[in-house]
Each structure stands twice: as C-alpha cells, then as structure tokens.
Design a protein around this ligand. Structure first.
Ligand SMILES: NC(=O)c1ccc[n+]([C@@H]2O[C@H](COP(=O)([O-])OP(=O)(O)OC[C@H]3O[C@@H](n4cnc5c(N)ncnc54)[C@H](O)[C@@H]3O)[C@@H](O)[C@H]2O)c1
Length: 254
C-alpha cells in the first residue's frame, strides 16, 4: 500500500529536477498539496504546470535557498496558500568544484556552504517557527553518503553534508517532545541531472568506478530516495527522529 498524505501540505526545495522532483511528485500522488521551490524559476513553473495538469494541487515558488529573505518568503507563501505545513524536504544542493583542499578557493567554499548548509539551516529555521506554532510537523534534510565519509577533492561538499547531519540531530533533540520530527536521508549515487553534469565534467570514469564498489552494483533512482523521504515524513515513522538513513545500495557498509 502506498503512503497517504491527504489533507497534508508538503514543501520541497530543489523541486525542479532529480530527487526533489521525484519526491514532490510522490507527495502529490499521495494526496498532499505541494509547494515546489527551486532557484530555477522557469523549470519549477514548468514542472508545477505538468503536475497541476495531471490533477495535483501544487504551486511553484522561485526561491534561492542561499538567500534567507527568499527562504522566509517561501515558507510564508506555502502557509498562505495551503494553510499549514506538515512535511518539508530540504533537498536543494550543488556540487563543489573538484580541487584538493590546498587548491580550493574561498569563493567555492562559500558558494557550496551557502546553499548546502546555510540554505538548509535557513529552511529549517522558518519551517520550525511555523511547525512549533502548529504543534506538529516533519522535516527531512538531504545529506549524502558525503555526509558520512570523506571524499578526495570534495572537502567543501562533504563538510557541508556532514554539517547537515549535525543540524538534523540538534533540531531533532530540540523538538522531539513537541511532536516535530527531524531526520536526514543520505543518498548514494543516484542517476539525476546532477550525476549527468558530473559525467559531462569528465567524472564519468570515477562514477563508473564507484558503481563497482556499490554492493548492489548499480546506481539508484530518484524515486528510491522519494520512497524513503515519504516514509520518514509519514506517521508510519512516528517514533523515528534524529536519524540519517542511507539509501545507497549498501555503499556505506564497507
Ligand atoms: N544525485 C546524487 O547522486 C546525489 C547523491 C547524494 C546526495 N545528493 C543530494 O541530493 C540533492 C538533490 O540532488 P539531485 O541529484 O537531484 O540534483 P539536481 O541537480 O538534479 O537537482 C537539484 C535542484 O536543486 C536546485 N537548486 C540548486 N541550487 C539551488 C538554490 N540555491 N536554491 C534552490 N534550489 C536550488 C536546482 O535548480 C535543481 O533543480 C542535493 O542536495 C544533492 O547534494 C545527490
């Protein structure tokens, strides 16, 4: 049986592509009203139009999560439109420019942190303000296997994704007794436009090598992350908080 989110409201960031799009679609198909937020305004309007045409209750919101004012407006718009906020999936994220730590630039560090860590923090801040008042809610943050292990030439990305787990556990502790759960999902190698960009940037061989070290010997699909997010967001995960769930074909076992 699928998940049921009838009469519930979900907010997904980075919803125009890949994992975010698959999760927004899954929430909508489960009956939720969904706010789809993305920095790519044109793309998020297009995907929201498609979901709307299929009969789902959705709105597109242009939002750059690295801008705290836009994040506050995103949460306000969601609540103004749908009246409440039950589930948030903070998923928007970017890659760092590959470089040894000694060669990486401060600009790239700030760019990655402003989206992958500060953006996540800002989303949680305003979502939690609303959920605290509402007296309920669930947040799932998108970390990565990069939040659990190191990655050569990827220190900025891995540092941000480790930070996401720290934010998740800390907020989970604060709100555990107030009917608000906060968890993280740690995707392994998932075939999305981000992975395609890595191939285009000459990292195809490295990704192939990575697939060989995945016990299930394949990359994952965005829908496989969406399933985990919907479970974590649902009442069926009512006793689960502060966790970082790996969905990675077994990669992290080694
Ligand atoms: N694909 C993978 O293998 C993989 C593995 C581990 C973790 N992740 C994480 O999953 C998340 C989604 O990745 P994906 O593979 O679906 O990527 P993707 O590039 O396909 O989609 C990311 C979306 O986020 C949006 N976005 C980027 N910067 C933004 C910003 N500042 N504000 C709002 N939206 C912004 C993009 O426009 C895009 O629509 C990311 O946090 C990523 O780090 C992906």
């Amino acid at each position: 049986m699928g998940f049921v989110f009838a009469n519930q409201v979900a907010l997904v960031t980075g919803a125009a592509s890949g994992i975010g799009l698959a999760t927004a679609r899954a929430f909508a198909e489960a009956g939720a009203a969904v706010a789809l937020a993305d920095v790519n305004r044109e793309a998020v309007h297009a995907v929201a139009g498609e979901l709307s045409a299929a009969g789902h209750k959705v709105i597109p919101i242009g939002c750059d999560v690295s801008d705290i004012t836009q994040v506050q407006a995103m949460v306000r718009q969601t609540v103004a439109e749908f009246g409440r906020l039950d589930a948030a999936f903070n998923n928007a994220g970017i890659q760092n420019l590959l470089a040894e730590t000694a060669d990486a630039t401060a600009e790239d560090y700030d760019r990655v942190m402003s989206v992958n860590l500060r953006g996540m923090w800002a989303c949680m801040k305003f979502q939690l303000q609303h959920m605290r008042e509402q007296g309920s809610g669930s947040i799932v943050n998108c970390s990565s296997l990069g939040g659990l292990v190191g990655g050569a030439e990827r220190a900025n990305y891995h540092a941000a994704k480790h930070g996401v787990i720290g934010l998740t556990k800390s907020a989970a502790l604060e709100y555990a007794a107030r009917n608000i759960r906060v968890n993280a999902v740690c995707p392994g190698l998932i075939w999305t436009p981000m992975a395609e960009q890595m191939v285009a940037a000459g990292q195809g061989e490295a990704l192939e090598g990575m697939v060989k070290s995945i016990p299930m010997a394949r990359h994952g699909r965005p829908e496989e992350i969406a399933d985990a997010v919907l479970w974590l967001s649902s009442r069926r995960a009512s006793y689960v908080t502060g966790q970082s769930i790996s969905v990675d074909g077994g990669f992290i076992m080694r």
